[in-house]
Design a binder for this molecule. Structure first.
Ligand code: UD1
Length: 427
C-alpha cells in the first residue's frame, strides 16, 4: 500500500501545470456511447477513475485506445469507439468502485433504448441518492424499475420522447444524465434549475461538437432539441479548477507563490475571490493564475453552494489553509451532510476546529505538527497533504488511492515547486 511522506515547512514557489478536469473527464467519457463513430478525447488526466471508467465502457462494448504519451508529459489522448452497445448492464462491482458510473445510464438509454445500472449506494461524504436522475429520465419518457439493487430504465418503442423537468435542487450528476439522454430523444426537452458548473458547459460543448442541439449553455435553463444521431469528434477536456484551487491553497498555507499554468480564471471566480479575501495576491497571467501569499492569512466565512457559488470540492482544502489564519473562520457545507471527515485528522495535527452539524468554526493556530493521518475521500485527503506541507516534522498520509483518483502525479507536481514529499510503497 502506498503512503505519502511529507516534511513540512518549505515555502513553495514555481509553476504547476494544471491537468484536465476529473469531473469533466468522467462525464465526457460516457458520451462515447452516444455515437457509433470514434470519439477522441484529449487532455484526459491520468487518474485511476479515468482508467476505471474506460474499463466500464469496455464492458459495455466500447473500445478504448490510448495514444502514446511521451515521458514527463501530463495528460493523454484516448480514442473511444462504441460501434455497437454489446451490453446495457453496468454491474455493481464497477458502480461500487466509482459513483460516476451512474453517468452511463442516460447515454445507454438514449442510444440502446434500455439501460440497467447498479444503484450506487451511500458514500463517505453522505447519502447521495439518485432519485433526481431517475425523475429527469422519466420526464424524458423513460420507464424506470428498481429491483435487486439495480435500476432498469427503458425507452418505450426504443427511443426517448423528450420532455420537461425542473430540478427541485441543483444536481450536477442528474443534469449530466438528463442532457446525455435528451440529445437523442425524438422531441424537444427543457431542463429547469439545471446545474451550471463549468463541467456541465464542457459536456454541452462536446455534445454540440458531436451534432447535438442545445440552447442556454451555461444557464440554468437548457433547451435540447433531440437529433437522429450524433457524430464523433475530437475534443479536449477543460482544465481542472479544483486541482488548481488545491495548489493555490498550497501556496497560501506555505506562504509561497505558485503559478497555476493552464487554469482558466473565469471558471474559478468563487475560488479566486475567496483566496483574495484570505489575503493572497491573485494575478491573472498570460499562462493562467499566479497566487502569492506575501502576508499573514486572514480568516474567512465560506458557505458551499452550486456554481457559481463556492464549490463543495474546495471546502476541505480551504479548511486546512484557514487553520493557519489567525482568528476564527466559519465554514458551512450545504451540499453534503457528512463532509467534515478530515476534521478529526486535522485535529491530530494540532488544528483547532469545532463542528456543529453542517457548520464548522476554525480557530487559527500558530503551527501544526506532522502525524500519521488518513482520510476517507479524495478532497479530504488533499486537505491533509496541505496541512502536512506546513506542519513541523513529518506527516504520513495513508490511503493514497483516494488521491490517485483525482490528482495527477501529485507528488511530482509538488516536488517541482520545492515540497519535500515522496511516495513509499509497503507490503
Ligand atoms: C457533487 C457536487 C459537485 C462535486 C461532486 C463531487 C454540487 C451541486 N455538486 O456533484 O460540485 O464535484 O459532488 O464532490 O456542488 N441529490 C439528490 N438526489 C439526486 C442527486 C442529488 O437528492 O438524485 C442531492 C445530493 O445529495 C446533494 C445535492 O443534490 O445534496 C447535489 O448533488 P449532485 O450535484 O447531484 O452531486 P454530484 O453530481 O455528485
Amino acid at each position: 500500500m502506498d503512503s505519502l511522506h511529507i516534511v513540512g515547512g518549505k515555502r513553495l514557489e514555481g509553476r504547476i501545470p494544471i491537468s484536465g478536469a476529473k469531473n469533466s473527464a468522467l462525464t465526457l467519457l460516457p458520451c462515447a456511447l452516444l455515437t457509433a463513430d470514434k470519439l477522441t478525447l484529449g487532455n484526459l488526466p491520468r487518474l485511476a477513475d479515468v482508467d476505471n471508467f474506460s474499463h466500464l465502457l469496455n464492458g459495455l462494448g466500447a473500445s478504448t485506445k490510448i495514444a502514446g504519451v511521451k515521458k514527463g508529459e501530463f495528460g493523454r489522448r484516448m480514442t473511444l469507439s462504441a460501434r455497437e452497445i454489446a451490453s446495457t448492464v453496468a454491474p455493481y462491482d464497477m458502480v461500487r468502485k466509482m459513483r460516476a458510473s451512474i453517468l452511463v445510464l442516460g447515454p445507454m438509454l438514449a442510444r440502446a433504448g434500455e439501460a440497467t445500472v447498479s444503484l450506487p449506494g451511500g458514500c463517505a461524504i453522505g447519502d447521495r441518492p439518485i432519485d433526481l436522475h431517475l425523475q429527469a429520465l422519466e420526464a424524458l419518457g423513460a420507464e424506470i424499475e428498481l429491483a435487486a439493487g439495480y435500476v432498469k430504465a427503458t425507452a418505450p418503442k426504443g427511443r426517448l420522447s423528450g420532455g420537461e423537468y425542473s430540478f427541485p435542487v441543483v444536481s450536477v450528476g442528474a443534469t449530466e444524465n438528463a442532457l446525455m439522454a435528451a440529445v437523442l430523444a425524438t422531441g424537444r426537452s427543457q431542463l429547469f434549475n439545471a446545474a451550471r458548473e463549468p463541467e456541465i458547459v464542457d459536456l454541452c460543448n462536446l455534445l454540440v461538437a458531436m451534432g447535438g442541439k442545445i440552447e442556454g449553455i451555461g444557464s440554468s435553463h437548457l433547451i435540447i432539441d433531440g437529433v437522429e444521431g450524433l457524430n464523433g469528434c475530437t475534443y479536449d477536456v477543460m482544465p481542472d479548477r479544483i486541482e488548481a484551487g488545491s495548489y493555490a491553497c498550497a501556496a497560501g498555507i506555505t506562504g509561497g507563490s505558485i503559478e497555476l499554468v493552464g487554469a482558466r480564471p473565469h471558471d474559478m471566480l468563487a475560488i479566486t475571490n475567496a483566496l483574495a479575501a484570505a489575503g493572497l495576491v491573485v494575478e491573472f497571467t498570460a499562462d493562467g493564475i499566479r497566487v502569492t501569499a506575501d502576508k499573514p492569512l486572514k480568516p474567512l466565512a465560506i458557505s458551499t453552494a452550486p456554481y457559481p457559488g463556492f464549490p463543495t470540492d474546495m471546502q476541505a482544502q480551504f479548511m486546512a489553509m484557514l487553520c493557519m489564519a489567525p482568528g476564527e473562520s466559519f465554514l458551512e457545507e450545504t451540499i453534503f451532510e457528512n463532509r467534515y471527515m478530515h476534521v478529526p485528522e486535522l485535529r491530530r495535527m494540532g488544528a483547532n476546529i469545532d463542528v456543529c452539524g453542517r457548520s464548522a468554526i476554525v480557530h487559527g493556530v500558530e503551527r501544526m505538527t506532522g502525524a500519521q493521518v488518513m482520510a476517507t475521500d479524495l478532497r479530504a485527503s488533499m486537505s491533509l497533504v496541505l496541512a502536512g506541507l506546513c506542519a513541523t516534522g513529518e506527516t504520513e498520509v495513508l490511503r493514497v488511492y483516494h488521491l490517485d483518483r483525482g490528482y495527477e502525479r501529485l507528488e511530482e507536481k509538488l516536488q517541482a515547486v520545492g515540497a519535500t514529499i515522496e511516495r513509499r510503497t509497503t507490503g
